[in-house]
Design a protein around this ligand. Structure first.
Ligand SMILES: Nc1nc2c(c(=O)[nH]1)N[C@H]1C(S)=C(S)[C@@H](COP(=O)(O)OP(=O)(O)OC[C@H]3O[C@@H](n4cnc5c(=O)[nH]c(N)nc54)[C@H](O)[C@@H]3O)O[C@H]1N2
Ligand SMILES: Nc1nc2c(c(=O)[nH]1)N[C@H]1C(S)=C(S)[C@@H](COP(=O)(O)OP(=O)(O)OC[C@H]3O[C@@H](n4cnc5c(=O)[nH]c(N)nc54)[C@H](O)[C@@H]3O)O[C@H]1N2
Ligand SMILES: [Mo]
Length: 761
């Protein structure tokens, strides 16, 4: 077979079926730094965890809808498509009639797959909107907290989040990058929707840019290369360090008073706090006692930062933590004190090293999207409040200065996400998922979320359908070819919703009378018109499809912050004052302190029972849970379990050596993992990446009543919002203890299908 083009969140690539039937993949020829995650694709495509047929949980099939702790525990009955679709259509009708449209939760957060038409959430939302609407979710797990904070400070977060300076500008114009949370090379290969040239990965694979100071508890957050240094800090203390740096700038007169005066408001309030009003003087000595960096080094770093053009970079991970606004806010204020905001390569960056498109040099263009219709239901949740929604209907919650109420949800519909991957405190999430009447999940694989559903509908992957794909800042639009036949009875999400829409009397409204190929042409041609209106010419669909890809036009880069800086009165920011508001009243009104502050995490900086601070960061070897059954992810496992990294001293104190199975636990939960001893980790820190498929085993001896025998850190993390302003995900860190596990470890079952029995076709 010939090579066919496609794309994915880890990049564009070529795929073909070999003569022996095996899938083979190769990087896109234009990619300077293809992602290692490509190696997971062949072993995943036809893995035994693929869902072959629609399946219904036995208890739900026999007793009908209702709350049940059988979810995630009972066997499934495999049924025919017509049976499954009739059941789902009837249940949606029942819930809407009995409990109202808000009783359907369709937030369905998750990364699904690349491809602009078959984007699972867009398909689900279009379908639900056509049948009455749904309770939705707002924001992301990725940067949900900064997305709420930044508009208060700069009016519009887009120039910072999407319009960041490219790596080329940084290499030419910046003297020093100070990267809080690091520039982890492992993360840059991923961009939502895809990327054809991994520019960021190439830069971070061998840093030859300006001086780079990485502030992190982990050496692997420092890219290899020249002029880099690793500054170890105690986790969750970055704000203290930032305050100590700011204090040094202030008392030594190194801050840019002219810039602060001309372009910002509120600096005096912050300066008073630095100088001890109220509380101690937040000087370098004070900061040092908290973060562990010597005070003399803090002062020296502050002077270095003021001596040239410095980029203050804050990773997204720092805001995925309790009080997650503070490091982003303090970082921005620090950058404002240095006076570099709006200068090329200077100022404040957010998300460099977190994701591929921040720093990418590709064009920033609109992309084709599936119209979703309008949702008549006003009820929503901040995305990371899913367990609260299900456990506490009717309760109130705060969000960005407003107060709202959780509706009484009876049906949960998930397509393209894995809450049993992404959410915190999985023992609690299991209790929450026992509450609704019905859970419907579309999945290609038997993930933990599929296993916690009542009706599981098997869907195709990108390799099994046609689509058009590109990500933010991508250089190409890719014609995504069908490389494989649909697996067994799997159908496209779109086809499933079209059948359900037919049963609910809105098929024509949902499909608009178009087949898949007609949709691709339609979306493409609408997009082509939109580009043409902006003066960009791209070929008609047929020409694009024949060529297999299209190099995107490059619009001139806009630089709103530069324009603002040059003339704050003439090009004001969309804030009340038109300037950068360092201490906006709106944040105080939402219940937070009115300026950036150091706040200790509520689980403390020290704890005798759970002395290690666990970092649950993004996995190097897969995308979240996707690809966990693939070769690259599996090769890193230890005794089949996810590796947990420990410092040699912490390991020695516990009699732990590389390769042994350990139990990681706290008051909420426990999991097994495989020990990997490494001096890349700071003492007192343990690192367990997210994404090992949740493999729960009920055991009353374990905290929470069940444990994960595979190594998913979200059994340990707390389901605690970042703040009442943002209600964001705080899953990046928690406290744990680790002990050697000497008994026979329970067998893994998550990489095999659940118990399945044949039922009505
Ligand atoms: N402790 C802790 N937890 C975290 C984080 C952390 O830092 N620490 N990070 C958080 C972050 S930033 C994120 S973004 C989330 C990610 O959480 P998710 O995005 O929910 O994780 P994925 O594993 O990518 O889930 C996507 C699912 O969609 C399925 N899928 C793929 N293609 C299709 C399709 O075409 N149709 C359908 N129906 N399904 C499809 C895949 O099989 C997969 O199961 O995790 C969050 N969780
Ligand atoms: N390979 C791969 N890449 C990915 C993803 C993936 O699943 N796999 N997911 C993508 C997604 S959805 C997102 S949102 C981004 C997330 O991007 P990030 O949130 O930035 O990524 P993380 O890997 O979670 O965290 C980055 C680093 O922050 C450091 N860190 C944690 N706590 C602290 C602290 O208190 N202080 C300091 N100074 N450093 C700390 C950790 O050492 C960690 O390695 O990654 C994207 N990239
Ligand atoms: Mo994310």
């Amino acid at each position: 077979m010939t090579w066919l083009g496609t794309t994915s969140h880890w990049g564009a690539y070529l795929a073909r079926r070999r003569a022996d039937g095996e899938l083979e993949v190769a990087p896109h020829p234009a990619d300077p730094a293809p992602s290692a995650l490509l190696g997971n694709v062949p072993g995943t495509a036809r893995h035994e965890t693929r869902i072959a047929r629609p399946a219904v949980r036995r208890g739900w099939l026999e007793h009908g809808p209702g709350p049940s702790s059988g979810r995630g525990r009972e066997e499934f009955v495999e049924v025919g498509w017509d049976t499954a679709l009739d059941l789902v259509a009837a249940e949606l009708r029942r819930v809407r009639e009995r409990h109202g449209d808000r009783a359907v939760f369709g937030g369905s957060y998750g990364w699904a797959s690349a491809g602009r038409f078959h984007h699972a959430q867009s398909q689900l939302h279009r379908f639900l909107n056509a049948t009455g609407g749904y309770t939705s979710s707002r924001g992301t797990y990725s940067f949900g907290t900064s997305a709420m904070l930044l508009p208060h400070l700069v009016g519009d977060a887009d120039p910072l989040l999407r319009g960041a300076d490219g790596w080329d500008v940084i290499r030419r114009r910046t003297d020093l990058v100070v990267a809080f949370g690091g520039l982890a090379p492992k993360n840059a290969s991923v961009t939502p929707g895809g990327v054809t040239r991994h520019v960021g990965s190439a830069v971070l694979a061998d840093w030859d840019g300006p001086e780079l100071a990485v502030i992190s508890p982990l050496a692997s957050d420092v890219p290899p290369g020249r002029r880099t240094e690793w500054i170890r800090v105690r986790p969750a203390t970055d704000v203290a360090l930032m305050l100590g740096l700011a204090h040094t700038l202030l008392v030594e007169g190194l801050h840019d008073a002219e810039f602060l005066d001309r372009c910002t408001t509120g600096f005096d309030e912050f300066a008073r706090y630095l100088r001890g009003g109220p509380g101690p003087e937040r000087d370098a000595d004070w900061a040092s006692a908290l973060c562990g960096m010597p005070a003399a080094d803090i002062r020296a770093l502050a002077r270095r930062m003021a001596s040239g053009r410095t980029l203050v970079s804050v990773s997204w991970s720092l805001q995925r933590s309790e009080h997650g606004e503070q490091p982003v806010w303090a970082g921005l204020v620090l950058a404002a004190m240095l006076g570099g905001i709006g200068l090329p390569g200077g100022g404040f960056g957010h998300g460099y090293g977190s994701i591929g498109d921040v720093g990418d040099t590709g064009p920033l263009l609109p992309l084709p999207t599936l119209p979703q219709g309008t949702n008549p239901v006003p009820e929503f949740i901040p995305v990371a409040r899913i367990a609260d929604l299900l456990l506490h209907p009717g309760d109130e919650f705060d969000y960005d200065g407003g107060r709202y109420r959780y509706p009484d949800v009876r049906a949960v519909y998930w397509a393209g996400g894995n809450p049993f991957h992404h959410h915190q405190d999985l023992n609690r999430l299991r209790r929450a998922f026992a509450r609704p009447d019905t859970v419907v999940v579309h999945e290609p694989h038997w993930t933990a979320t599929a296993r916690h559903a009542d009706v599981v509908l098997p869907v195709t992957t990108t390799l099994e359908r046609e689509d058009i794909g590109a990500g933010r800042r991508d250089t190409h639009l890719i014609a995504m070819r069908r490389v494989l036949e649909p697996f067994r009875e799997a159908r496209d999400d779109h086809a499933v919703f079209a059948e359900l829409a037919a049963r609910l009397g809105v098929r024509a409204e949902f499909t608009a009378g178009r087949g898949t190929r007609e949709w691709l042409v339609h979306l493409y041609e609408r997009w082509r018109e939109r580009l043409a209106a902006d003066g960009h010419r791209v070929p008609p669909f047929a020409e694009f499809w024949d060529a297999g890809e299209l190099e995107l036009p490059v619009p001139p880069r806009t630089t709103p912050l530069a324009e603002f800086r040059a003339d704050p009165a003439g090009s004001p920011l969309p804030t009340p004052s038109g300037r950068i508001e360092l201490c906006p009243a709106s944040i105080a009104a939402a219940g937070l302190p009115g300026h950036p502050v150091w706040l200790e995490p509520s689980d403390g900086l020290a704890d005798d029972r759970f002395p290690l601070r666990l970092i649950a960061h993004q996995p190097r070897n897969r995308l979240h849970g996707q690809g966990d059954v693939g070769a690259v992810s599996r090769a890193a496992k230890i005794e089949g379990r996810e590796p947990v990294r420990l410092h040699p001293d912490d390991a020695a104190a516990r009699g732990i050596t590389t390769g042994v199975v350990v139990r990681v636990f706290n008051e909420r939960g426990a999991c097994l993992a495989g020990a990997l001893i490494s001096d890349e980790v700071s003492p007192g820190v343990a690192v367990l990446a997210t994404g090992a498929w949740y493999d729960p085993v009920d055991d009353p001896a374990q905290p929470g009543g069940s444990w994960c025998v595979h190594g998913n850190p979200n059994v340990l993390t707390a389901d605690r919002p970042t703040s009442p302003l943002s209600q964001g995900c705080s899953g990046q860190q928690t406290r744990v203890q680790v002990e050697r596990w000497t008994a026979e470890p329970p067998r893994l079952s998550c990489h095999r299908p659940p118990r399945l029995v044949p039922g009505p076709r």
